[in-house]
Design a binder for this molecule. Structure first.
Ligand code: NAP
Length: 238
């Protein structure tokens, strides 16, 4: 199944893995729409994509805004949601509002997108959700992400049946070098990445393009649905 002329909407497409998906889809001839909160980030992303791309300002935690976004978007072929915001922290120290913020952006954001986007997706299209390694492997400080990712994967399987023949899949990235880690100092980030890379079967940290390639494949393969695809360098195994 070709992406040529397909309409691909990436919520979270202004940074990291969403931006990599947007670039790859545009390179395959798709008409790409990227959405996120910051107009500045959207402008920079559009420059980086170097192909015509539509940018739309959207806060995915706002149900009515998501509903209006899809009314304006009209029909589409593939929907990808990478949007998430939140801080990691140990279970007993992370304040409840911080735990909730991760659910608000990552769970409810994907829920709203599917809820209001699904009926506008043309035959043969797909939804790709974003989960993460914390669902499969307990990692200190990531309990909120573990819970959210588990919920996203359960929703994915359920919707793959309920919304069929629309295909619904999820990718589960491991640790991927994206602006999500911009809050760490470069030295701190390097220390963390190097220590983890040495333990991983793949012996390196993920790149946004590693994950984007899996997302593109999920859009194009009409026989994959209800799947969680791990792109984690083997992180969940060690
Ligand atoms: N990076 C990793 O190591 C890793 C590991 C496992 C799983 N993941 C998951 O992979 C996904 C993508 O992560 P990433 O590292 O690529 O993130 P990123 O570089 O921080 O990009 C996040 C994108 O989502 C947008 N966004 C955030 N909150 C939003 C909101 N409320 N409404 C609309 N857009 C919003 C951001 O733009 P604005 O800020 O302008 O809104 C940005 O475009 C996330 O679900 C993350 O949990 C990441």
């Amino acid at each position: 199944m070709s992406l040529n002329d397909a309409k691909v909407v990436v919520i979270g497409g202004s940074s990291g893995m969403g931006l990599a998906v947007a670039k790859m889809a545009a390179d395959e001839g798709a008409r790409v729409v990227i959405a996120g909160r910051s107009e500045e980030k959207l402008r920079q992303a559009a420059d980086e994509i170097r192909q015509p791309v539509e940018t739309r300002s959207l806060d995915v935690t706002q149900e009515q805004a998501v509903q209006a976004f899809f009314v304006e978007t009209g029909e589409l072929d593939h929907l990808v949601v990478t949007a998430a915001t939140g801080v990691a922290g140990s279970f007993l120290e992370l304040e409840t509002p911080s735990f909730r913020q991760i659910f608000d952006s990552k769970f409810w954001g994907q829920y709203f997108a599917a809820r209001y986007g699904a009926q506008r997706i043309r035959e043969g299209g797909s939804i790709t959700f974003f989960s993460g390694v914390a669902a499969a492997k307990p990692v200190d400080g990531l309990s909120a992400y573990a819970a959210v990712n588990g919920a996203v994967e359960a929703l994915c399987r359920s919707l793959a049946v309920e919304l069929a023949p629309l295909r619904v899949n999820a990718v589960s990235p491991g640790i991927v070098d994206t602006p999500a880690y911009a809050g760490m100092s470069p030295a701190e980030r390097k220390r963390m990445f190097d220590a983890l890379a040495a333990r991983l079967p793949a012996r390196r940290i993920g790149r946004p393009e590693d994950v984007a390639a899996a997302v593109i494949s999920l859009m194009k393969n009409g026989y994959v649905t209800g799947s969680v695809v791990y792109v984690d360098g083997g992180h969940r195994l060690v």
